[in-house]
Write a protein that binds this ligand. Structure first.
Ligand SMILES: [Zn+2]
Length: 315
C-alpha cells in the first residue's frame, strides 16, 4: 500500500496533553522561543519524557487552552483519515494542577463535537498518587458516563502505584458503566499486566513486556484482550533498547490482538500514519495484516458493547 491515508483508522491510546506539538506549544506560550521549546522536547529516556510531559501540561492553563489543543489534535487526526478516537484526558493532571475539572471537560467536549472525528473520552488517573486520588478521578469519570466519557484508566509509575491498590476503584468504575483500561507492562514486567487483568482491564495500554511470559500471551489471545501498542513511544522513552528490539511482531505472531497508536504524538513527533509505516517497513507487516490491525481499532473500541464489530460496519 503506497500510503496509509486511505485506510480508515481509529486511535485508542492517545493522550490529549501529549498531543501538543511544538507548533501548538508556540500558540499556547507565544513568549517562548522556538529554541527553548525544541530543547524542552528533547529527551533520551523515560525520566526525560516525564519531565517534558510535566513541562507541557503546566502550559495548558485554561479551559480555552484545552479546547485549543483538542481542535489542533482533531484537525490532525482528520487529515490522517482517523475516523474514531478514544482520547485520554488526564483528570489526574488537572487535579494535580489544582484546576477545576468541569469547565475543562466542557471545553474539550465542545471542541470535540465540532469535529467530524468521532470522539469518546478515556479519563485517566495517576496511579502513584495513591488510592484516594485515583478514586476522585473515577468519580469525575462516572459523573460523565453518557456525556462522552466511555472509560477509566490509570497511568503513571507501575512500580510506585501497584494495580492491587485499585481493586475497589475499578469495581466502582465498572458499576458506574465505565469500560476499563490500564497502562501496564510498559516499564514493569508481565506481572504488572496480570495485576491489571485482575482489576478487570479490558484493554492493556502498551503491555509489551507480556512478551516475556508465554502463559500471559496465551491468556491475552484466548480472552481476546488487545494490547494498545505504540512503537515510537516505546523507543523514545527507552522502554525498548532500540526499534529492532520492539516485540510488536512477536506479540502479533503469538496471536494476541493489537491496535497501533501514537500515545503522545506531539511529544514523540509521530503520527498514526507514521506508526503504520514503521510497522510495515521495520517489522514486515503486510498490507493485509495492517488492514486487519486497522480494523482492530474499531473492533476493540469501547464505544460499542461487547458484541464487537458494529462500529466497524458503520465506516
Ligand atoms: Zn499512555
Amino acid at each position: 500500500m503506497a500510503g496509509w491515508h486511505e485506510l480508515p483508522k481509529a486511535e485508542l491510546h492517545l493522550h490529549l496533553e501529549g498531543s501538543v506539538t511544538q507548533e501548538t506549544m508556540r500558540l499556547l506560550a507565544p513568549d517562548l522561543s522556538e529554541d527553548e521549546i525544541r530543547a524542552r522536547y528533547s529527551f533520551g529516556n523515560f525520566a526525560g519524557f516525564l519531565e517534558c510531559f510535566g513541562w507541557v501540561v503546566k502550559r495548558i492553563r485554561t479551559p480555552e487552552d484545552y479546547a485549543l489543543i483538542t481542535r489542533q489534535l482533531l484537525a490532525d487526526l482528520e487529515r490522517q483519515n482517523v475516523r474514531y478516537a478514544e482520547i485520554t484526558l488526564s483528570a489526574g493532571v488537572v487535579l494535580w494542577k489544582k484546576q477545576e475539572f468541569g469547565p475543562i471537560y466542557d471545553a474539550v467536549q465542545r471542541a470535540a463535537r465540532s469535529s467530524p472525528v468521532e470522539v469518546q473520552w478515556n479519563v485517566d488517573a495517576i496511579r502513584h498518587f495513591g488510592v484516594e486520588h485515583v478514586m476522585q478521578v473515577a468519580e469525575l469519570a462516572a459523573e460523565r458516563v453518557g456525556d462522552g466519557v466511555v472509560s477509566f484508566g490509570i497511568g503513571g509509575d507501575e512500580a510506585r502505584g501497584p494495580a492491587e491498590w485499585f481493586t475497589d476503584v475499578y469495581r466502582f468504575a465498572h458499576e458506574k458503566g465505565l469500560r476499563l483500561t490500564a497502562h501496564a507492562g510498559e516499564a514493569a514486567g508481565p506481572e504488572s499486566v496480570w495485576r491489571a487483568l485482575e482489576l478487570g482491564a479490558e484493554r492493556i495500554g502498551h503491555g509489551i513486556r507480556s512478551v516475556e511470559d508465554s502463559a500471559l500471551l496465551k491468556h491475552l489471545r484466548d480472552r481476546d484482550i488487545p494490547l494498545e501498542i505504540s512503537i515510537t513511544s516505546n523507543v523514545a522513552t527507552g522502554v525498548v533498547a532500540s526499534l529492532a528490539e520492539h516485540p510488536v511482531r512477536r506479540i502479533y505472531d503469538a496471536g494476541v490482538p493489537i491496535v497501533l497508536n501514537t500515545d503522545d504524538p506531539g511529544i514523540f513527533g509521530t503520527t498514526l500514519e507514521r506508526e503504520y509505516e514503521i510497522a510495515a517497513t521495520a517489522f514486515g507487516f503486510s498490507d493485509a495484516e495492517l488492514q486487519q490491525i486497522a480494523g482492530n481499532g474499531f473492533r476493540y473500541a469501547f464505544r460499542i458493547d461487547r458484541g464487537r464489530g458494529d462500529l466497524r460496519n458503520v465506516h
